[in-house]
Design a protein around this ligand. Structure first.
Ligand code: ZN
Length: 409
């Protein structure tokens, strides 16, 4: 999932959905034709470079004029003798225009260079673009299925495909999907416009009188994430310990044991199918847990009017205590939780900012003295003590306030 920030109060989220279709070969054929058409128009544009002075829309119109039979039956000089749906052709033409423009601009940069020149940009002779399905090429788009118009080798026909992945809101405005085809599977990338409550950048939010910032630390214990809310003076407001680390470890260990057992039963290596089943199970547990944690964080922030979330760039606060650090220990969820958080928070009108990791764990959040750590507890020479990860989260929140000049230390 990718996110593009816009100023107008909405953002575009690209949903990456797995597409299941009985006719994978037709998908590939369609992609093939798409790239042939792109190449045809690309070459035509390089022969008629003056078209590129026009806007994309007029350029497209001119290219259609010289390649499509007119209403009165005149065959144009560059007639493209292929049966193509209008919007399929237009999608390919726009792709060709983009590629031709990019080539011309690289070429002009190259020609401007003086002295020893770099490598001369070359003309593309083969395209491998993912086809973009404009209107008329897809219909009945739902969260679990879509109809696609595909080339079956003889003619264009509608085929139903199933979709799997994060459910998007069918009522929202979606834009042209792109089919991204791998050797093994097809993904449909679908941009959806979603409305965002608050689009102000972090700097502007930091001016709010009732600003609340949430510092988050991650741990390798049962508490996967520790959230602390601070007001603009750096004073503690509320905290939340999000647990689930032990259960996550229990679930993944169970699968890892199954794999081990599988190996002991004579099969030294897992065959591909087994491997995929186990891997998929592990992955599902990982994603479910990360979703749950990120949702709890967002809910907690929404309930308490938090507008900015602060996290560190790297995990520095993890080593030495809690579950053994391994591929499936709770701390490894950090990256995926942040990934989910980044789009969930944006939709909720909350922004995430990162701070440097220096001292977030090693200093006392109250007096800045060096802390001593005893498993999940901390203490400082001035008698402050408490949960180690709470202290870290407080420091992460404070670092954010400091970064924007609201507190000194
Ligand atoms: Zn202290």
């Amino acid at each position: 999932m990718e996110l593009t920030e816009n100023k107008a109060g909405y953002c575009t989220i690209t949903y990456k959905l797995r597409l299941y279709i009985n006719h994978m070969d037709f998908v590939k054929l369609t992609k093939n034709i798409y790239n042939q058409v792109v190449l045809f128009y690309y070459n035509l544009l390089l022969e008629n470079i003056e078209f590129l002075n026009l806007s994309n829309q007029y350029c497209l119109r001119e290219l259609e004029k010289i390649t499509i039979i007119s209403r009165n039956g005149d065959v144009p000089k560059n007639y493209l003798d292929m049966e193509l749906p209008t919007y399929f052709r237009r999608s390919a033409i726009n792709q060709a225009i983009g590629s031709a423009r990019s080539y011309i601009s690289l070429l002009s940069d190259y020609e401007k260079q003086e002295g020893k020149k770099g490598k001369e940009p070359s003309i593309t002779t083969e395209f491998n673009c993912s086809p973009v399905f404009y209107q008329g090429m897809y219909k009945e788009l739902k969260k679990d299925s879509v109809m696609l118009k595909l080339w079956n080798g003889y003619k264009w026909e509608w085929f139903k495909a199933k979709l799997k992945g994060r459910a998007f809101d069918e009522n929202l405005e979606s834009m042209s999907p792109t089919l991204v085809i791998n050797s093994r599977y097809v993904m449909m990338h679908l941009p959806v416009r979603e409305i965002v409550e608050d689009v102000r950048p972090v700097k502007e939010r930091m001016q709010d009188e009732n600003l609340r910032v949430c510092g988050i630390s991650f741990s390798n214990t049962d508490n996967i994430a520790i959230c602390t809310i601070l007001n603009r003076n750096g004073e503690f407001v509320k905290s939340k310990f999000i647990s689930g680390g032990n259960y996550y470890k229990f679930q993944t260990d169970k699968i890892l044991k199954q794999i081990k057992k599988h190996r002991q039963n004579g099969k030294k290596t897992l065959d591909k199918a087994d491997h995929r089943t186990y891997w998929e199970k592990l992955n599902r547990i990982r994603q479910n847990t990360a979703h749950k944690v990120s949702k709890e964080i967002i809910d907690f922030c929404l309930e308490n009017n938090v507008k900015v979330i602060s996290i560190t760039k790297l995990e520095d606060d993890v080593v030495g205590f809690g579950h053994k650090v391994g591929k499936y220990s709770p701390i490894t969820l950090r990256r995926i939780i942040i990934n989910y958080l980044s789009y969930k928070s944006f939709r909720a009108g909350i922004l995430i900012t990162t701070v440097r990791q220096n001292y977030t764990a090693s200093k006392c959040h109250k007096c800045r003295a060096k802390v001593k750590r005893n498993e999940s507890e901390f203490s400082c020479e001035n008698g402050h003590n408490g949960n180690y990860y709470f202290n870290t989260a407080m420091n992460i929140g404070k670092m954010c306030l400091k970064k924007f000049g609201l507190i000194l230390d």
